[in-house]
Design a protein around this ligand. Structure first.
Ligand code: KG4
Ligand code: ZN
Length: 347
């Protein structure tokens, strides 16, 4: 008997994502982004995001079914992001999932977007080893996780005390006059810069911080340091070397993320690590993580870049995981929860 077909719906921010999987096999991953409509505001506008999801979700659903070569009648279960995210945006996905679930008579799982960012790697590299350390780095979250019991348990080892890593990229990009979202632009521009040009602060690496905050991060000081560095150049009438600032800032983020990730593995005796979330698409983070994991004898897994940024496949992957483990579907009245904690895998 072939594995069940799971439809995944993602509408937590500015991407309308529909993913379809059969077990660990990805059949379709349709994404409609409203990012261009937010760009001129320099950040995601929740009302615009919600309206765009309403317009995009049905066509995306149709395209995904066509790509997967299925009809909705073939779907065995539905998974939808229940949080965290923008509540008005989440509601579009949650209402769609509940309506489809009732019409098709299939179970609906309201799942955690952040857990999806970690579990999506199963579509590319197969089941996650037990235990695995997860480095989750997105636009709104940065955490180090201990994932155990076949992904049934997610423990937060540490998180950012202020800005998320993606937020740091976006804010520094803005300071450099690069478009929103800034992460991919910093990545691109940094290719022509010198990562050693400027020694930006790493955050929580001062005396005593290693003991007090072994697995936490802080990126707001980095953003301030970049802003001050740029202001000083401008005040002196000097040109700002955009590529060098981008490369040095990227180096600081990759350095602190990978150092803590390797420490978490060592301290907990875990030999496997997975990186997920939009920032996992960053080329320098991927390369540095590989170098440091190789040196430490840790097996690194990172999904391909298009599965790192928000998508429906990650939601379907987590739904398939829940279905396979015999987890109960969510109650019909499960809510969209903007601040769903990373430790709560589903409703
Ligand atoms: O996971 P994601 O797509 O959405 C959230 O759940 O937040 O992450 C979006 C974040 C943005 O801050 C974006 O700038 C960042 O991921 N990002 C990157 C890259 N691609 C996306 N940051 C650095 N380098 C990249 N290549
Ligand atoms: Zn995300």
């Amino acid at each position: 008997m072939s594995a069940p077909i799971v439809l995944g719906i993602e509408t937590s921010c500015d991407e309308t994502g529909i993913g379809i999987v059969r077990g660990h096999r990805l059949l379709a991953n349709e994404i409609a982004s409203s990012v261009d409509e937010h760009a001129r505001f320099g950040g995601v506008v929740p009302e615009i995001a919600s309206r765009s999801h309403l317009e995009a979700i049905e066509p995306a659903l149709r395209r995904a079914c066509t790509t997967a070569g299925i009809t909705l009648g073939n779907v065995d279960a539905i998974a939808v992001t229940a949080g965290p995210g923008l509540v008005g945006a989440l509601i579009v996905g949650v209402a769609t999932a509940k309506g489809l679930g009732a019409a098709l008579g299939v179970p609906v799982y309201g799942v955690n977007h952040l857990a999806g960012h970690v579990v999506v790697d199963e579509l590319h590299h197969g089941p996650l080893p037990d235990p695995t350390v997860g480095l989750l780095v997105s636009g709104g979250h940065s955490s180090l996780l201990l994932v155990t019991d076949d992904v049934a348990s997610i423990t937060a080892l540490g998180q950012t005390l202020d800005d998320a890593a993606g937020e740091a990229f976006d804010k520094v990009a803005r300071l450099l006059g690069l478009p929103f979202p800034g992460g991919p632009w910093i990545d691109r521009v940094a290719a022509d810069g010198d990562p050693q040009a400027i020694d930006f602060p790493r955050g929580l690496t001062g005396p005593g911080d290693r003991e007090r905050y072994p697995y936490d991060f802080s990126f707001s000081g980095l953003k301030t340091a970049v802003a001050r560095w740029i202001s000083a150049r401008e005040a002196a009438g000097e040109r700002v070397p955009v590529a060098d600032v981008a490369a040095s800032m990227q180096e600081a983020v990759a350095d602190v993320l990978t150092a803590r990730m390797v420490s978490a593995c060592r301290d907990h005796g875990v030999g496997h690590v997975v990186i997920g979330g939009g920032v996992a698409a960053n080329s320098r983070l991927r390369a540095m993580a590989q170098e440091r994991c190789d040196a430490a004898g840790i097996l690194l897994r990172v999904p391909p870049p298009d599965l790192c940024t928000d998508n429906g496949a990650m939601v379907a992957a987590l739904g398939a995981r829940l279905l396979a483990s015999g987890a109960d579907p969510s109650p019909v009245d499960f809510p969209a929860t903007s601040n769903l904690p990373v430790t709560q895998r589903s409703w």
